[in-house]
Design a protein around this ligand. Structure first.
Ligand code: FE2
Length: 454
């Protein structure tokens, strides 16, 4: 079966269907029938609309959800700045070097919010234009009666270590390594550990629009990530209108908090197509060559955030490299040497990656690399030598492995934390990868004679 065998068993039920208009009730009859805003909602609930796109956005991209809750989310104190959260601020250093990081640490005694570090990004959430990449690591659940939301963009979360138990306004998600989830802009949620297992992973935040499935073109109507495999929570609620909750807001790279005397997880029913969801990367239907040459990695796109200004160009693609068969004849099977107008941030969830040695100091699980706009890269010397001389029999690569890429249209800047404070940047990455590439040029004798005569 094309599903991941997870260590942690599933604990929730879900709806399915990417961007489907869904409806769900924790109590039968809580959802108004035939209208969104009746004079009195069932059971004394309040109606609240969450718009993920402009009211007037075209139907294909319009996303909104009506929630029916015990207390409206507007009921909270003024937000106060949390001054200790500089790790989330937008301070990008743009440099052309190839960069690679050793596995990132999981600091002790931190929760989801304290354990979020922006490592790179570009653009400005105030203009809803750009991306940011984060590393998260935590050893404890969020404090009791706290929740978080990100006004800056959608977060695509890629767990590497430990499962995330996420309670959102729309219901609960268990997200384990080899699964991903997307939490849209503005949705309140909290992250708890499962059995105190530490968590670590990567986040792609997109300031523009929302993620979509890539167009399939000549591939046809199935393959890559299929719409039916995306899982969406069912409504679940807490009835608590008397204790103090703290709501954290990430707003333009700054952290704020406000108090309220009710839980944000009080949605009894909802309907719409603006909601969090998860996806098992083990279900990805990988396409590749069955003849020759190495296809572009766009063939491995799970989700894309497209640019309206440049059709066919993504603000950010989320791309994976699952276990797959390589059968190309007379072919250098790893990626070739290349320079890309797009910027490539890669991470490894587990295992090793075809183009890079996974040994100590190499491209390791929980580590990452960044090959920026037009920064040259490709296989390291040992991988080139091996791939140039191996027998081209069918071989299954990436077994037990999952690498991924955040590929962006933007030039990507690296934060001070990413460059220095995290202390994981490999100083010798470029030299160790490509410094040992040999001159293998063997011109025919006639060509040599011509050169000598010039
Ligand atoms: Fe590349």
């Amino acid at each position: 079966m094309p599903v991941t065998q997870f260590d942690n068993p599933e604990k929730y039920r879900y709806q399915t269907g990417f961007l489907a208009n869904l409806e769900t009730e924790a109590i039968k009859g809580a959802l108004p029938i035939g209208q969104n805003s009746p004079q009195k909602c069932p059971y004394g609930l309040y109606a609240e609309k969450i718009s993920g796109t402009a009211f007037t956005a075209p139907r294909w991209e319009n996303q909104q959800t009506w929630v029916y809750r015990i207390i409206p989310s507007a009921a909270h104190s003024a937000f106060e700045r949390v001054s200790s959260a500089s790790r989330l601020e937008l301070n990008f250093n743009y440099i052309p070097d190839q960069l690679r990081w050793d596995p990132f640490d999981i600091n002790s005694d931190v929760d989801w919010i304290d354990g979020l570090h922006m490592v790179a990004g570009s653009g400005d959430p105030a203009l809803k234009n750009g991306v940011a990449y984060y590393i998260y690591g935590a050893t404890k659940s969020m404090s009791d009666k706290t929740a978080f939301y990100d006004a800056d963009g959608d977060m695509l979360v890629v767990p590497q270590t430990g499962p995330l138990d996420i309670w959102t306004e729309m219901g609960c998600l268990l997200v384990r390594p080899n699964e991903i989830c997307v939490i849209p802009r503005g949705i309140r949620y909290r992250v708890d550990l499962v059995a105190n297992e530490p968590i670590r992973g990567f986040i792609l935040e997109v300031y523009n629009g929302h993620f979509q499935l890539p167009e399939l073109g000549p591939i046809g109507s199935n393959c890559l990530a299929n719409a039916r495999d995306f899982q969406i929570p069912i409504a679940a609620y807490i009835h608590d209108s008397s204790s103090e909750w703290k709501i954290y807001s990430k707003f333009h790279g700054r952290l704020f908090s406000a108090k309220q005397s009710h839980t944000p997880f009080d949605v009894v029913a909802w309907e719409g197509r603006y909601y969090p969801y998860k996806y098992d990367l083990g279900r990805f239907n990988t396409i590749g060559t069955i003849s020759y040459d190495h296809p572009d990695p766009s063939l491995n796109t799970v989700l894309t955030s497209t640019s309206n200004a440049h059709p066919g160009t993504a603000i950010a693609d989320f791309v994976v490299f699952p276990p797959r068969w390589l059968v190309g004849e007379d072919t250098f099977r790893p990626p070739s040497y290349h320079r890309n107008c797009m910027s490539e941030f890669m991470g490894l969830i587990q295992g090793s990656y075809i183009a890079k040695d996974g040994g100590k100091g190499g491209f390791q699980a929980a580590g990452a690399s960044l090959h920026n706009c037009m920064s040259s890269h490709g296989p390291d010397a040992s991988t080139f030598d091996k791939a140039s001389n191996e027998d081209l029999v069918p071989v299954k690569v990436g077994v037990g492995s999952m690498a991924f890429m955040f590929e962006s249209y933007y030039m990507i800047g690296v934060t001070d934390w990413g460059l220095t404070k995290c202390r994981k940047l490999q100083a010798q990455y470029s030299e160790e990868s490509w410094g040992e590439l040999k001159d293998l040029f063997q011109p025919p004798n006639e060509a040599k004679m011509e050169m000598d005569s010039i």
